[in-house]
Design a binder for this molecule. Structure first.
Ligand code: ADP
Length: 254
């Protein structure tokens, strides 16, 4: 009876408290690292006579660290926003083909010609629209595409595909032939700050928040995130979009 309920409450509260502590510890660590580096550079500029070229180099490196912190803070804000409200607030229809070309442009910018990129909208999807919060969809899809670019060595292809499902709804899939992920890590990928050890995570400078953002966004829109991966072979990340969020735009008559 009562005692059981109380002890469950306490366990629940303890768990929440532990998660909060972990989160604060992680955020602090992630902010401290670039700050330490920045501090070192400032000392260098203060104490050493630098040539103009060296000065420029140090400023570039400082800029990189600042950008890293900006990405972290912006990811944290995105997470706070979507975690704070259970359902998307703005619900508008957007043209999938437009989203697609924006994603493709961003991907080309990020890959800088290092990967053959194939963006394919399936037949019948030219007039399809997607419902929800545009910035959230862009961030979820964009995160998957940028991960594919960052975790795939130069020269191997990345395929991004949108298709309507026969049973209703649609699928947005990002397939890479990159480093792949060991099965043991798959269940934890969407945890905040989780990164696979020994992957290129550190040098690629991600925040470890990307996939937790993706998971929240797709869940808020009533869909699912699926991952299949094989170490050394590559990964496929799929957003399954429910039927209620997909429609075919009425043909314009002339
Ligand atoms: P990060 O900012 O570190 O990329 P994410 O939350 O987006 O954080 O991803 C979590 C971890 O999952 C990454 O650090 C990486 O180890 C792994 N990962 C994500 N996408 C891929 C991929 N396409 N191929 C291989 N590993 C990936």
């Amino acid at each position: 009876g009562l005692r059981l309920v109380l002890s469950q409450d306490i366990t629940e509260r303890d768990r929440a408290e532990a998660m909060r502590r972990d989160f604060v510890a992680n955020v602090s660590h992630e902010i401290r690292t670039p700050l330490t580096v920045l501090h070192g550079f400032i000392e260098t500029m203060n104490n050493l006579p630098l040539t103009e070229v060296e000065r420029k180099r140090v400023l570039d490196l400082m800029n990189q660290q600042t950008e890293r912190m900006q990405v972290l803070v912006s990811d944290l804000l995105t997470l706070a926003t979507i975690e704070g409200s259970p359902h998307p607030t703005a619900n508008t229809w957007m043209v999938v083909a437009d989203l697609f070309s924006r994603l493709e442009n961003d991907a080309r910018g990020l890959s800088k010609g290092r990967h053959p990129l194939r963006f394919v909208l399936d037949e019948g999807s030219a007039d399809v629209e997607l419902a929800g919060v545009e910035s959230e969809w862009l961030s979820a899809m964009g995160n998957l595409v940028s991960n594919a670019v960052r975790y795939t060595p130069e020269g191997s292809a990345i395929d991004v595909r949108w298709r309507l499902l026969p049973e209703g709804g649609a699928e947005f899939a990002v397939m890479d032939q990159g480093i792949g992920i060991d099965a043991e890590h798959l269940p934890r990928l969407t945890e905040r700050f989780y990164r696979v050890d020994g992957s290129r995570s550190r040098e690629t400078g991600g925040t470890g928040l990307g996939l937790s953002i993706v998971k929240h966004v797709i869940q808020r829109h009533g869909g699912d995130l699926r991952v299949t991966s094989e170490k050394g072979k590559g990964s496929t990340f799929t957003l399954v979009v429910p039927a209620a969020r997909v429609r075919v735009r009425a043909a314009e008559r002339t």
